[in-house]
Design a protein around this ligand. Structure first.
Ligand code: ZN
Length: 70
């Protein structure tokens, strides 16, 4: 498990630091598009932020998973 330090490289795979990348979404900013949302959910998973994953999973789409993006 990666510790959710602000200065780690963002787990979503961008070359940015976590604080410059997905952290803002974990802190409440809205992801501008589906790809960003997906990445931010991935980095939430990688940093152990289960609350964010639950919060961004819609009740009518509970089987959403990263593997299904088309
Ligand atoms: Zn990121």
């Amino acid at each position: 498990m990666i510790k959710a330090s602000a200065n780690i490289p963002c787990p979503c795979g961008s070359s940015l630091k976590y604080k410059k990348c997905c952290r803002r979404y974990h802190q409440g900013a809205l992801a501008p598009d589906a790809l960003t949302l997906m990445k931010s959910r991935y980095s939430a998973y990688a940093t152990g932020n289960a609350d964010y994953i639950i919060k961004t999973t819609h009740p009518d789409n509970s089987d959403y998973s990263e593997e299904k993006q088309d």
